[in-house]
Design a binder for this molecule. Structure first.
Ligand code: CA
Length: 223
């Protein structure tokens, strides 16, 4: 597993690098956003850890550029900010998860494992529901004949909804299954992600598949 750490604080970067290398990850460090984008474009990483406050190009801008350039590696944001707006801005730019500084290494490791595990233990037969089709090996999703381009978290969320189609899933269930932990006050992160997914899965189709169960959560079903 190759991890890119984009972090300008040398102490923090080396703390993460030593910790992850001790766990068997191969780690490269970039000290500013521009270098991070250049490295991520020209190498294949299994995960990118992205600080938000960075010289030259900030983390949000860097993630946007990477997504625009088609880099699909999961991104974990490291942020000193912890307001909902800041976190949503990070997720909006295309990151998959976030961790608020200061953090314990054990917590970082848990997030890193959750984000990198998805790609390695996915297997099994295609899942279909209505005109949706998901290939867990190739990590691809189609609605009808059209492939839907999803980020890794959107994919994980849709897979969870499809594997539990026609069952109401609470925000807590979704948080635990898709993020591997529960959010305390940030359950609207789930709503943000469901909205991203809706735009990609349901927009332009008469038949909507993702439905809100008011006060409870979400369900994938035909009307
Ligand atoms: Ca920084």
């Amino acid at each position: 597993m190759r991890v890119l750490v984009v972090e300008d604080e040398v102490k923090v970067a080396s703390f993460i690098q030593r910790g992850l290398e001790g766990e068997g990850f191969s780690v490269e460090v970039a000290n500013d956003g521009e270098t991070g984008v250049t490295l991520a474009e020209s190498n294949r990483f299994d995960l990118i850890l992205m600080d938000i406050m960075l010289p030259k190009l900030d983390g949000i801008g860097a993630i946007k550029q990477l997504r625009e350039k088609g880099v699909v590696a999961p991104v974990l944001c490291l942020t000193a900010k912890d307001t909902v707006e800041d976190i949503v801005a990070g997720l909006d730019s295309g990151s998959d998860d976030y961790l608020t500084k200061p953090f314990a290494f054990a917590e970082l490791l848990a997030r890193v494992r959750a984000l990198t595990r998805r790609s390695s233990d996915d297997r099994g037969a295609e899942i279909t529901y209505a005109d949706l089709r998901l290939d867990p090996v190739a990590h691809k999703v189609w609605r009808g004949d059209d492939e839907i381009d999803l980020t890794s978290k959107e994919y994980a969320l849709l897979e969870y909804l499809m594997r539990n189609a026609e069952q109401t899933l609470t925000r807590t269930m979704i948080a635990e299954h898709v993020w591997d932990y529960t959010f305390d006050s940030f359950t609207n992160i789930i709503d943000v992600y469901v909205n991203y997914l809706r735009k990609k899965v349901d927009r332009g189709f008469d038949k909507k598949l993702i439905h809100t169960v008011r006060g409870v959560g979400y369900v994938l079903k035909e009307d």
